[in-house]
Design a protein around this ligand. Structure first.
Ligand code: BGC
Length: 343
C-alpha cells in the first residue's frame, strides 16, 4: 500500500503548518504543506525533482512562489482592475500597478485545511481554503479545493475546484520549479511544448492580446530542443524577460486532459510530462537568481535554476475579450486538472 505521514512543520502567521509525505508503492514521495498548498519536495529514485526550502522560514520570507498554489488569479491582471456585470473591481496591486499571482496575500500565503486520504493505488491530500468576499479585491466568497494525489505510476495529479456566491474570476495554478537533472541549471534539458502560438507581452508583461505563431522564433518548442538554445536570443520578447516568461497557447485545447509539455534530461534520461485541461501554460525559466534557498543544500538558486510549467487561463484574461473566459458564475463549479508524470 502507498503510505501517508503527517508532521508538524513550524508556525506561520496564520497558524500551525502540517507537512504531508505521500509515498507510493515504488517508494517515491511527494511532500505537501498546508501552508500555500506548497509542493515542498518530489523525490523519484532518490533524486530531488523540485526547488524549494528545507524549512518553513524560507517560504515565509520573500520567495518567488516556490511550489505554491497560486490564486485567485494566477499571473497578471493589468492595472489591477477588471469589470464584471457593469461593476469595476479594483484589486490590490503588487507589481508595477498590476496584480501578480493574486496579490500580496494570495493563496500561496494562506493556511489551508488538509484532509489526507489513501486509495488503492494512490495517496493524497485534499486542501480547502475559503477566500472571503473582497479578498485582494475580488468579488464573491470563493470556496476552493485542491486535491493532490500521487499514484504508483509516479503521477502527481492536481484537481482544482471552486465555487462562488457572487460572479467572479478564477485562475488557479501550481508554481513548482522543476529541475529533474543533476546540473544547477535547466539549460541543457530538452523541452517540448505542444503549442503553435504564444501570447506576447508589453513592457509591463501584460499580453498584447495577440496570439502569435511560434514558427521561426525562439518560442518554437514544437520539436524538443534544449531550453538554453534560444534563451538569450536577440528577440525583443526574450530580451525583455531575460529568458522565457510567457504564456503558450496549448494546441487543440478542448478542456480535456491532454499533454502540453515534456521535459527530458539527456544526462540522466529522466523525463517529466505535463498534462492539463487548461488552455495555456506559462513557461518560466527562472530568469533571475531567486535568493538564498535551494532544495539541494544551502547553495542559492542560480538564474535558470528551475523550470515552471504553470498551467492556466491566459494572463489578464479578465480584460481580454479574445481569451478563454475565466468567469465563474454563481451556481457553477470551476474544474481544472493538471498531472505531472515522472518517467
Ligand atoms: C511570472 C514571472 C514571475 C514568477 C515568480 C511567473 O509566473 O510570469 O514573471 O517572476 O512567476 O512570481
Amino acid at each position: 500500500m502507498p503510505t501517508l505521514e503527517q508532521e508538524f512543520w513550524g508556525v506561520a502567521p496564520a497558524g500551525r503548518v502540517t507537512r504531508y509525505t505521500l509515498t507510493n508503492r515504488a517508494g517515491n514521495s511527494v511532500r505537501i504543506l498546508n501552508y500555500g498548498g506548497i509542493v515542498q519536495s518530489i523525490r523519484v529514485d532518490g533524486a530531488e525533482m523540485v526547488l524549494g526550502c528545507d524549512a518553513l522560514a524560507g517560504y515565509l520570507d520573500t520567495n518567488p512562489s516556490y511550489g505554491a498554489i497560486v490564486g485567485r488569479y494566477a499571473n497578471r491582471i493589468a492595472n489591477a482592475r477588471f469589470s464584471l456585470n457593469g461593476t469595476t473591481y479594483t484589486l490590490v496591486a503588487n507589481e508595477n500597478g498590476n496584480q501578480l499571482h493574486g496579490g500580496p496575500e494570495g493563496f500561496n500565503k494562506k493556511l489551508w485545511t488538509g484532509e489526507p486520504f489513501t486509495a488503492e493505488s494512490a495517496v493524497g491530500v485534499r486542501l480547502h481554503y475559503r477566500s472571503p468576499n473582497g479578498e485582494m479585491g475580488y468579488p464573491g466568497k470563493l470556496d476552493v479545493t485542491v486535491t493532490y494525489s500521487w499514484n504508483d505510476a509516479n503521477e502527481l495529479r492536481i484537481d482544482y475546484t471552486a465555487t462562488t456566491d457572487k460572479d467572479t474570476v478564477v485562475n488557479l495554478t501550481n508554481h513548482t520549479y522543476f529541475n529533474i537533472g543533476t546540473a544547477d541549471t535547466i539549460l541543457d534539458q530538452l523541452l517540448q511544448l505542444h503549442a503553435d502560438r504564444y501570447t506576447p507581452v508589453d513592457e509591463r508583461q501584460i499580453p498584447t492580446g495577440e496570439l502569435r505563431p511560434v514558427a521561426g522564433t525562439p518560442f518554437d518548442f514544437r520539436t524538443a530542443k534544449p531550453v538554453g538554445r534560444d534563451i538569450a536570443a536577440d528577440h525583443p520578447q526574450v530580451r525583455a524577460a531575460n529568458g522565457f516568461d510567457h504564456n503558450f497557447v496549448i494546441s487543440a485545447y478542448d478542456g480535456s486532459l491532454r499533454e502540453c509539455a515534456v521535459v527530458t534530461d539527456p544526462a540522466t534520461g529522466r523525463r517529466l510530462r505535463c498534462l492539463t485541461t487548461e488552455p495555456g501554460v506559462q513557461l518560466f525559466t527562472t530568469n533571475f537568481p531567486t535568493g538564498k534557498y535551494h532544495m539541494r543544500g544551502d547553495t542559492p538558486t542560480p538564474t535558470h535554476g528551475g523550470i515552471c510549467l504553470e498551467t492556466q487561463h491566459f494572463p489578464d484574461a479578465p480584460n481580454q475579450e479574445n481569451f478563454v473566459t475565466p468567469l465563474l458564475k454563481v451556481g457553477e463549479t470551476f474544474n481544472s486538472t493538471t498531472v505531472y508524470r515522472f518517467e
